[in-house]
Design a protein around this ligand. Sequence first.
Ligand code: NAP
Length: 309
Amino acid sequence: MSEPIRIALVGIGKIARDQHIPALAANPAYDLVACVTRHAPLPGVPAYPSIEALLAERHDVQAVSFCTPPQGRHAIARQALDAGKHVMLEKPPGASVTEIDDLIATATAQGVALYATWHTREAPAIEPARSWLADRRIERVTISWKEDVRRWHPGQAWIWEPGGLGVFDPGINALSAITAIHPHRIFLTAAALDYPANRGAPITARLSLADALATPIEATFDWLQTGDQIWEIAIEAEGSTVLLSGGGAKLAVDGTTLVDATDAEYPGLYRRFAELVATRSLDVDLAPFRLVADAFMLGSRRQVAAFED
Ligand code: NAP
C-alpha cells in the first residue's frame, strides 16, 4: 500500500468532531498530521492558528480539508491550492458560486485535487434510489426537509448571516440528493423565503422546481420543526411511491423497505477524496449550489417574527 496522505483539518467545530476526525482515524489512507484552529486543539495533533502559519511551517502536509463556515472559506482554500495542496471542502463549497469557479481554475492550473463534498450523496439509499428511478417516468416529487434549528445549530451565528444560507444549510442536502437521483436536469421556477426580522438568512423556504418534462418538484425547507425531524423525498413514478427518508438512509417502494442502513457518509467522502488525490482530479458539482443561488435570486421575501436561539 502507498504512504498515507498527510492531511490537515481546518476548523474544529461540530462537523469536524462528529464526522471528519472519526472518518480520518478509521481510514489507513490518511494521517491527520496538523489542524488549524483558533480555540479547539486536538490531543496529539499539532495546531496552528491560521492557514498562513500551517502553510509556512508544514511543507510535509499534502492535503487540507476545510470544515469552517462557508463565509471566508474561499480565501483560505485558495491559499492552500496556491501552495500546491489537495483540497476538500465541506458543503456548501463556499459563500458564492463564482468564488468556486476561481477554486476550480486554480486547482486545474496547479494540477491538484479539488473535492466539493455533498455528504448526503454518500448516504446508503442514494445510489439504489438513483438506479430504481433511472428508467422510470416520474410524475411528481415532494421534498420535505424539516428540522429544529435550535437542536441542530445552537449558537451558530454564521449560519444566520448572508452566505450562511439559513435553512438552505440543511436544505442544500436535499437538493444534493434530488440532483443525484433524478434522471433529468432540474431547474428552479419559483421560491418563497421567510426571513426572521432580526436575521440575514431565511428560516423557511418553499421552492418550485421542474425538469424538461415539466415534472412538478416541490420542496419545503423548515427550521421550526419540533417533534419528529423529517428529511424525506417522496417520488411518484409509474403508479408507485418511492420514499427516501432519514436524509438518505432509508428507501421504501410502496411501503416495502429496500434499504435501511446506518450512516456511512463521511467514510465515503474520504474514500472518494483519496481517489481524487491519487489521480490529481476534480469533483466539483455545483448543481445543488446553483439551485440555492437561484432561490435567492428569484425568491419572493417575507419578513416573519424575530428568531432567538
Ligand atoms: P461550527 O460548529 O460552527 O464549526 C465551525 C468551526 O470553524 C468553528 O468551530 C471554528 O473552529 C472555525 N471557524 C473559522 N472561522 C469561523 C467563523 N468566522 N465563525 C465560526 N467558526 C469559524 O460549524 P459546523 O456545524 O461544524 O459546520 C461547518 C461546515 O460544515 C458548514 O459548511 C456546514 O454546512 C457543514 N456541515 C455541518 C454539519 C453539522 O451537522 N453541523 C453537517 C454537515 C456539514 P476553530 O475554533 O477550530 O477555529
